[in-house]
Each structure stands twice: as C-alpha cells, then as structure tokens.
Design a protein around this ligand. Sequence first.
Ligand SMILES: Cc1ncc(C[n+]2csc(CCOP(=O)(O)OP(=O)(O)O)c2C)c(N)n1
Length: 342
Amino acid sequence: MFTDATHTPAGTDDDEAISTEIALAMYRTMSTARKFEKRAYDLFLQNLVKGTTHLGIGQEAVAAGVAAAMRKDDYSFITYRGHNHLIARGTPLPPLMAELLGRDNGLMHGKGGSMHLIDVERGILGSYAIIGAQLVIANGAAWSAQYRGSGQVTVCFFGDGATNIGAFHEALNFAVIWKLPVVFVCENNLYMEYTRIDGVTAVAHPAADRASAYNLPSILIDGNDPDEVYLTAKRAVDQARAGGGPSLIEAVTYRHGGHSRADPAKYRDPEEVRDWLTRDPLPAYRSRLVASGVREAVLDAIDAEIITQVDEATEQAKAGAWPRPERLHTNVWSDGGATWRN
Ligand SMILES: Cc1ncc(C[n+]2csc(CCOP(=O)(O)OP(=O)(O)O)c2C)c(N)n1
C-alpha cells in the first residue's frame, strides 16, 4: 500500500473483508488475462495477430479489482492496452481472440483488432488509441446515465501519459462540475511508450497529485494488489452510484514487456525490471489466497480450466473465415449499415 502525508488510499480499512467468492473471481480474471495475453503474444510471433498489440501483462490486478466492484450494466472505457479489461467484464475468449486475428467470427468481425475493442453487451464502450480521447467520451456516457437516472456508473481507464494531455484536465473539471457518475482510473505503469513518466511530468504522482486542482481527494494505491484496487474502486463506484460524483484513482503498476509487441523495452533499467517482476500480482495473489486458506487444488483447477478455454478460443479463432469485402460498410453507423445514407 502507498501512504504518505498527501495521499490517503480509500477502501483499505482493516474491517473490510473480501469474500472468498470475490477473491476467487479476481484470481480467475487475472489468470485468464495472463494466459490469454501470453497466447496472443505467441500468435503474434506466428504472424497470426493482425496489426500491433499492446499487452497488459503485469497490470492485471487493476482490471480484476475494478471490474469486481462494478455492476453488470456499468460502462467501461479503456485504452489500446485493453484485453485485460474486456476479460474482466466477462467478454468470452473466442470472439476476443478471433478479433485479434482479424477474423469474421471476431467481436467486431475483425474490423477493430487488438487496439479498437468494443463489447456493447458488456458495457465496454470502446478502447481508444488516441491518448486521452476516452476521458471526455466517458463523461458523455456518465452524463447520459445521470440524465436517464439509470444508476449506471462509468469507469474510465487511462495511462499515466494521458495525464499530460489536455483532455484529462477538461474531463476532470467537467465531471466535477456536473457531479457525473464517473470513476477515472489512471493505470500508472511508469512509462508512456519509451519515456519514463517522471522525466516529463512536474509532479511525482501524475494523477493523484493533480486531484486537488479539481476538488477531488488524492487517491494513490498499489495497482498490483487486487484487494486494494477492489476496495478503493468499490468506494468510488458506490459513491458515484449514490449521486456523490466522480473520483480519480491512481493505481501504480508495471507492464512486464515493452510498449507494444514491436518494442523490446531496452530503455528500461534491468534492475527496475527485476524488482517489479518480484512484485508480479499473479503469484503474489495466489500466495495470499493460499495463506488465507484456499486450497492449491482449487486454484490449480481454475488454471487448468482457463488453459482449456484459451486453447479452444485459439482453435476457434484460427478456424474463423476472413471478413468478406461486403462487410466493409456494415456496423459503421448506428443502424448497422450505410443504407440510410444512400
Ligand atoms: C493524442 C495522442 N498523442 C500521441 C499518441 C502516441 N502514443 C501512443 S501510445 C503513447 C503513450 C501513452 O502512454 P500511457 O498513457 O502512459 O499509456 P500506457 O501505454 O503506458 O498504457 C503515445 C504518446 C497517441 N496515440 N495519441
């Protein structure tokens, strides 16, 4: 946990227990995301993943913890590093894998790829490649939910790099003024592409240090601890749902690999990488669960089930047809086609 005089992590009271059901769900999410992304990497090396892909290996605890605090009909806005977040909200693996391979049986019929994932059915209103773009659009979804009185909360993820973009500041200001039911989650993995965030940012904690400028409490948490992420997110989501307005959470984490699969990440200090690998959220959480009484066999069974699911998703994706050219103009407009324009 991160504590200092100016940052008070929310949701870390000793009296707040996490049920075994939620803990196992978070373990399942993290393990699924890890195995799915490792497979996606293998497929990328075989030239089967079309376009580039940005992996969130090492960052799974943020996706797992936040999703566990959300309602099924809540909205997620994510970045191009978004596989973890779709998995956390329950997107089935076969169409997700097929989308990465650009196949017609993909989530978006192969037209989006790894960087542009949408799963409206599960409230995923997009992964965005334009840094910061999703923050203002997330405000729109939150504003709509507020207007409709639907009780839905919007959670918007972004990287540390986005905090130096104008849209971050505009979105926070607007969200506070309108008391929007939105939770902003900065996944601070210390790097924006190939540049360390502290080399180009005037404050130490790019999101948390700026919260007070928008009349928000400063919340800085350990993004590798799913329990802390869950408890913090739950408070923020509950507050938003109750009409208490937005929150800004900075979750500190680390991507194990490079920015994208084309990046060997040689610019990082090997000592730093080694240090963060010892804080890998997945084995750490597994050890914690075992120490709290969960049998290893239960976790092994979950892992075995996930491996089967990833294998099946891979086979289904590889067997998928290529999108037909006629598909090009479908799903572009809200009516599902371009007919009305003509
Ligand atoms: C508006 C805009 N400017 C620049 C880029 C190029 N770009 C792609 S990824 C990236 C770094 C983003 O870093 P961060 O927000 O920390 O996300 P992370 O990759 O660490 O998850 C940049 C600058 C972009 N996509 N959009």
